[in-house]
Write a protein that binds this ligand. Sequence first.
Ligand SMILES: C[S@@+](CC[C@H](N)C(=O)[O-])C[C@H]1O[C@@H](n2cnc3c(N)ncnc32)[C@H](O)[C@@H]1O
Length: 310
Amino acid sequence: MTGFDEVEAARSDPKRANILYHDWEAETYDDKWSISYDQRCVDYARDRFTLATGEDDTAWPYGTALELGSGTGFFLLNLMQAGVAKQGVVTDISSKMVEVACRNADNLGLDVTGRVADAETIPCEDASVDLVVGHAVLHHIPDVEQAMREVLRVLKPGGRFVFAGEPSRIGDFYARHLGRLTWWATTTVTRLPFLSDWRRPQEELDESSAAAALEAVVDLHTFVPGELADLAESAGAVEVETSTEELTAAFLGWPVRTFEAAVPPGKLGFGWANFAAGAWKTLSKVDSGLSQVLPKDLFYNVLVTGRRSL
Ligand SMILES: C[S@@+](CC[C@H](N)C(=O)[O-])C[C@H]1O[C@@H](n2cnc3c(N)ncnc32)[C@H](O)[C@@H]1O
């Protein structure tokens, strides 16, 4: 983990904090977030893309796709496996993330190159890509409208962008509170002597708290769907649409993830992982029904798509 001094230095500089935090996370990121490159995550990525765009495989493949804030490649590599794009460029402000994403792409035999890049200044020619994607990245970028202008600059006329996995303003409020409550309850209850096996060493808990402090620095925005659409349009995008998903699934997901981080790794086992994945899937179906009747703004995840004009 990074030293406390490094964390302090990054506190006032969100980009530095992003590099530090995500460099540190890169090698363990896939495990931490249960990211894989098998059918489960291929379906997940393709379904997000379809939910955002309304497209199915008759509209694919796009030629060259660029991912911003790719992390380990979760979104683009799985979209490519689903047949959404033929060639990929993974970019991230964290060089360690780009390294891991390229390694993952190599292991999958995908036609992908990687570049370290800040989303506010994308190192690509004007009108050079057919598709820009991102997952859980916009909320880390200081000037989202500048990034959106860059997206539109590098897209070919008529090209599409899709961003998914962004926290909504209301969703972030309940997710944070549920997460904090779960952390407090787990780390308090596991002080009891007969539950000491379930307690991580104090040093590790302190490190997690330092990481959480840094997380607060890297998480810059939450989004109201309508405002995000306005921002994309004012950057020049056309055919902009937003959608949202996950309500009851988020009520479950955030406590589950926090609990998993608060107890010793490996303690929960396979049965727990199956339970968590199964419950999340069931609740996601419930949420898809609820999305027909409840306001968009209540759901946790925001997706936005649009095009560069012809
Ligand atoms: C929450 S992670 C998501 C990673 C990946 N997209 C996923 O869904 O697994 C956010 C990623 O955005 C990257 N990032 C943060 N600020 C950025 C910026 N200004 N430009 C490019 N990437 C950035 C981080 O380094 C990190 O890898």
